[in-house]
Design a protein. Sequence first.
Length: 445
Amino acid sequence: MIAAHLLPFWGYKTAGQCLCPLFVCPDLAPTNAVPKDLSMIIASLLDTDLYKFTMQQVVFHHFPAATAEYTFQCRSQGIDLRPYADEISAEIDHFCRLALSEDELMFLGGIRYLHPSYVDSLRRFRLDRANVQITTDGAFGLRISGNWYQTILFEVPLLAIINEVYFRNMHPWSEKLEAEGLRRLREKCRQVRDANLPEFSLVEFGTRRRYGAAWQTQALDTLMLEVPGFMGGTSNVGQARRLSLPPFGTMAHEFLQAFQAFAPLPDFQKQAFETWMQEYRGDLGIALSDIVGMNAFFRDFDRLFSKAYDGARHDSGDPVEWGERLIAHYQAFGIDPRAKFAVFSDGLDMPRALALSRHFAGRIRTSFGVGTNLTNDLGFPALNIVLKMTRCCGQPVAKLSDSEGKLMASDPVFTSYLRQTFQIPAPIASAAPSAPKKPGGKAAL
């Protein structure tokens, strides 16, 4: 059973034959998909988040010549990944030999908003291992660079590889570990059942920071068994296919960051939202709100975007403040917020998600993307790792979110200019994210 109130975000059509290859990697001739080695961490190109495909389609149709550079960062303190560099590199070698099978292409072709020309381009798509460089001088480093269309699918699987290699060495799988993971997961399911929130909708967002692929599969199977009526879907395309769940996702930060290179800087968010609307024509209507902070987002998310998009996604800052401002923003334009969505995805655990659902019940439709807390909560700290775009078409780009610890930039001069353009003060000191607050200022959790 699928949470029906998420249906605006997904859809399927009858798969048709695609005969229009618009982009083929010149160095790699089309071949059949290679056999999948079941011992590999990543066994399918579908083992990734949906928004990598939805963004890649926009790149394919609008920016086929664009280049991109991504930089890895481990935010967890005291973690040395250098001993695992060779293991990680070998897994990336395996990953780069994958191709989509005919069955997988047919599945993608059945998703309503994926265009036949784009799906057909994936028939010839091959990853180039030369686009990924690993360094171990001083610290573990990883950089991806190349054509944007060719490199956009690296991020999520590479993060999943780094996680699984690290954890299978540091915390090897055992019956005891499995029992603890299931105990914790079933307790979360109990919290959902006991919350008495019939509209609560949970989406699994945990691919990039999962303990491992097998545990993500087991966690999703457990969720489907324990709380099927609350499962809105999963961001993982392969898991969605396996479970007949809707794949969930729209745009990520890199999509908006790229427009810092494509458009006049003060207008980059508006042009990104406009291009997305042109591509998807009413589908995938959730706008990401924190690339340069919520103040700039609400300035740029004008009446047209507010009416055309189904809602917005929160990924940093105080979620209650953001949700209240989103409701007020819609009301100022005469839009009933109860017809719109607020999607929350910033480091959620189950008590926080349930508290937010209760706070906004009846005022705006909500959905909760929970990642690490579902796929890597087994009794030890998860890794906080990211792989973010830092350059596009040779120009620096940056993310200035509402949580200063989520800053991702490589050029301090550009970052300073971006702050000045959007009137975002430089941080005085880093602070830990606060818990959601109830009206009146008291912590809700």
